[in-house]
Design a protein around this ligand. Structure first.
Ligand SMILES: [Zn+2]
Ligand SMILES: [Zn+2]
Length: 333
């Protein structure tokens, strides 16, 4: 029989329907990725093609050849200029589309897949995430900042060069507001952060834990909508991404290094998205919220049921997924 499970943090319900036993083999990527050159003359993110992008807003190192580079998105969804005006038009509301939209170019190399990026490079990328996050916080029009990576066509990207994105919006979308309210309600009721509590449960029950180091826990959420979805959560209570220490950033880099390799080993370099889920700016000193990364291989598609109900059907059991991922041994450096 299938099972409906509610996520403790988001309060969302998921259908866990493992009618036919699914093994990792059922999800392994079969389509080979194209062979890529180290450098492409047409790619705006390749070293040597810097003139093809808008002027850079961040780089590591500061001088000489760059290792990580940040540029405004040429096709930005938000305008960097102008006030964050809101308007009332009868019963309708609208707001100026101002905000930040940046591309974090993760390496000068065109051809690296996520599991080939070195630990040292991931450390630089995480450092850049923090730097740009802190810069976006300074923009007083910004309410919510998200960092994310789309990898592969099923994740919604056609741009091959390794990159992630930062977007900052002038308002807080409804589903984020909803989970903030739920987290606050939980804090009011039990006096603890719901994220810290879910960490305790996972550490105690062990069966959904995939991997951990001193700073981070990787686990398959008890209730989630996608096969092999994992959450990467700081063990310390950190409400806002900007409060992450340099040491924790290094631990995060190590965690991503391992997760990329485990996913590759088990599912053959799957398409995926990850999103750094953060606290909106005005809430960042609270006790109720805690940032984390949702890492989701793109192995299935949404259909009418998902659209109609907002409930996702997961054809795998999170406990099984965690076990498969846990058992894949990969190097940690
Ligand atoms: Zn390139
Ligand atoms: Zn917490």
């Amino acid at each position: 029989m299938s099972e409906l499970r509610q996520n403790l943090v988001t309060k969302e319900w998921y259908v866990i329907a493992t009618g036919r036993a699914r093994r990792p083999d059922d999800f392994v990527r079969r389509k080979p990725r194209p062979r890529l050159p180290r450098r492409s003359s047409r790619c705006p993110f390749c070293a040597g093609n810097e003139s093809l992008t808008p002027p850079e807003v961040g780089r590591i190192p500061a001088d000489g050849k760059w290792q990580v580079r940040v540029v405004p998105n040429k096709f930005s969804a938000f305008s960097p200029e102008g006030p964050a005006d809101r308007h009332v038009d009868g019963l309708y509301r609208w707001a100026a589309g101002v905000g930040v939209h940046e591309v974090i170019v993760e390496t000068p190399r065109h051809d690296l897949i996520p599991s080939q990026i070195s630990l040292e490079q991931l450390r630089l990328i995480m450092r850049m995430y923090l730097e740009r996050y802190a810069a976006a916080l300074e923009d007083n029009r910004v309410q919510l900042i998200i960092l994310f990576k789309n990898y592969g066509e099923a994740a919604g990207t056609s741009l091959i060069h390794p990159h992630s994105q930062l977007m900052a919006t002038p308002l807080v979308p409804t589903h984020i507001r909803y989970r903030i309210e739920e987290a606050r309600r939980y804090y009011d009721e039990v006096g603890r952060c719901v994220f810290c509590d879910s960490l305790s449960i996972e550490v105690e029950e062990k069966e959904r834990v995939v991997w951990e180091n001193d700073g981070f826990l990787v686990f398959s959420p008890y209730a989630c909508g996608a096969p092999y979805e994992v959450w990467i959560m700081p063990k310390r209570h950190i409400p806002c991404f900007s409060m992450t220490t340099q040491k924790e950033l290094d631990q995060l880099a190590e965690t991503l290094f391992v997760v990329h390799r485990k996913m590759h080993a088990l599912l053959n370099d799957p398409d995926f998205n990850y999103v750094v889920r953060v606290t909106p700016k005005d809430e960042r000193y609270g006790h109720a919220f805690h940032w984390y990364i949702k890492y989701m291989p793109r192995l299935t598609k949404q259909a009418g049921f998902e659209l109609g109900t907002g409930m996702y059907v997961n054809t795998t059991l999170p406990e099984d997924n965690a076990r498969y991922l846990r058992e894949v041994k990969v190097p940690v450096s």
